[in-house]
Write a protein that binds this ligand. Structure first.
Ligand code: HQG
Length: 181
């Protein structure tokens, strides 16, 4: 029972820290941080939580989606935002190839437009085929695309690596997607 609740709370945290902080009447600062005490107080109406429970949710999250600042006074999502925040990511050299999992029904549009961030700030890519496959399965019949990240990097496209290991870039033009046929 406790585990199910933690998952629900984690999903709600995602909503608040990535997409709709206004849902509980909080604001994120320019770097995506929420005040921990305010978050706990204002989440209370929907999910009564305390600091210990929040800490355990952050520590146990299988994707390490959230992080506290050093003092433990602020919390933010490590990636996945649709709200405009500056995560202070540093530009990094990506591996030669990265993977993106998507659904077959998006392919016609992706062939035409390349990968776009849609509602999020960045296109999300993974170093691991297995991770990309799981991400794609969320959307339906999965297709995993291989992205020529090294070539993009050499052509001047910026890549970032989130604190929890997700590769991010603003867009992937179709020319850098290795379509199978
Ligand atoms: C697709 C989860 C049509 C794109 C995961 C994707 C990830 C296009 C969907 C993170 C397109 C957007 C992000 C185009 C892209 N035409 N469709 N031109 N360009 N798309 O959920 O990458 O569990 O915003 O392929 O682990 O699926 O929430 O992105 O299918 O890291 O922590 O548009 O979310 O993390 O979907 O997932 P999403 P995503 P969490």
């Amino acid at each position: 029972m406790r585990e199910i609740n933690k998952k629900q709370i984690s999903k709600f945290l995602s909503l608040i820290l990535r997409h709709q902080p206004e849902e509980i009447g909080i604001t994120l600062d320019a770097n995506g941080w929420a005040d921990v005490q305010e978050l706990i107080d204002k989440m209370g109406k929907r999910y009564p939580i305390d600091r210990a429970l929040l800490k355990s949710i952050v520590a146990e999250d299988e994707k390490q989606r959230y992080v506290f600042n050093d003092k433990g006074t602020k919390i933010r999502a490590q990636q996945g935002h649709s709200v405009s925040v500056d995560m202070e990511f540093e530009v990094q050299e990506p591996p030669e190839y990265l993977y993106h999992g998507t659904a077959t029904r998006f392919m016609a549009s992706i062939r035409k437009e390349g990968l776009l961030p849609q509602s999020r700030q960045y296109v999300h890519l993974s170093k691991f085929l297995a991770t990309a496959t799981k991400v794609g399965q969320r959307h339906g019949s999965v297709v995993v695309l291989t992205i020529r990240a090294g070539a993009m990097h050499r052509a001047g496209y910026a890549f970032y690596l989130s604190g929890n290991g997700v590769w991010l870039t603003k867009e992937v033009p179709a020319a850098y997607i290795a379509f199978k046929e």
